[in-house]
Design a protein around this ligand. Sequence first.
Ligand code: ADP
Length: 181
Amino acid sequence: MRIVLLGPPGAGKGTQATILAQKLGVPHVSTGDLFRANIGEGTKLGQEAKSYLDAGDLVPSDVTNRMVEERLGEPDARGGFMLDGFPRTIDQAEALTGILERLDSKLDAVLEFVIDEDVVVDRMLERGRDDDTEDVIRNRLRVYHEETAPLLDHYRAIEVKVDAQGSVDEINARAMAALGK
Ligand code: ADP
């Protein structure tokens, strides 16, 4: 299955994506993880991306789209994927349509993680990643509302909502049910 996970930062997409990917036998493709791996390895892409991650801003789409196209072209992703953190803008959604057309495929579903904003801020402050300081979190939420939330309407036709409050197991069961599994 080719699935996109949508929802605010801190909604638990990464945790669920890992479990869902394993259950469905597809790779978990997280743009945040790909950027952090590149930053850790000191690649050129990592150097380009670092200041954006530190500020909670979006990495420019040309860099991001190219990275996603390469990743989705790899053999393990040809049969399906769990895409987490991409697309984050309407432009990226259009780029994804193009990428999938070139791979002769299309999305099966978009899972929307629905959660209270107070809960996500608490979760991120507990997580304590480098970009989980209060100012940067606030900026990531602002970017989410301005740039990413419009995707909910864009993907209406293939979108399924998942209540993202509760235990990891409960949310996973809801996500599997939403996918008809
Ligand atoms: P979260 O969902 O908690 O915000 P992510 O790991 O998904 O965390 O993203 C962390 C950061 O990586 C973002 O704040 C942004 O700087 C960068 N990033 C991730 N995905 C994208 C994307 N699709 N486009 C641009 N920047 C991205």
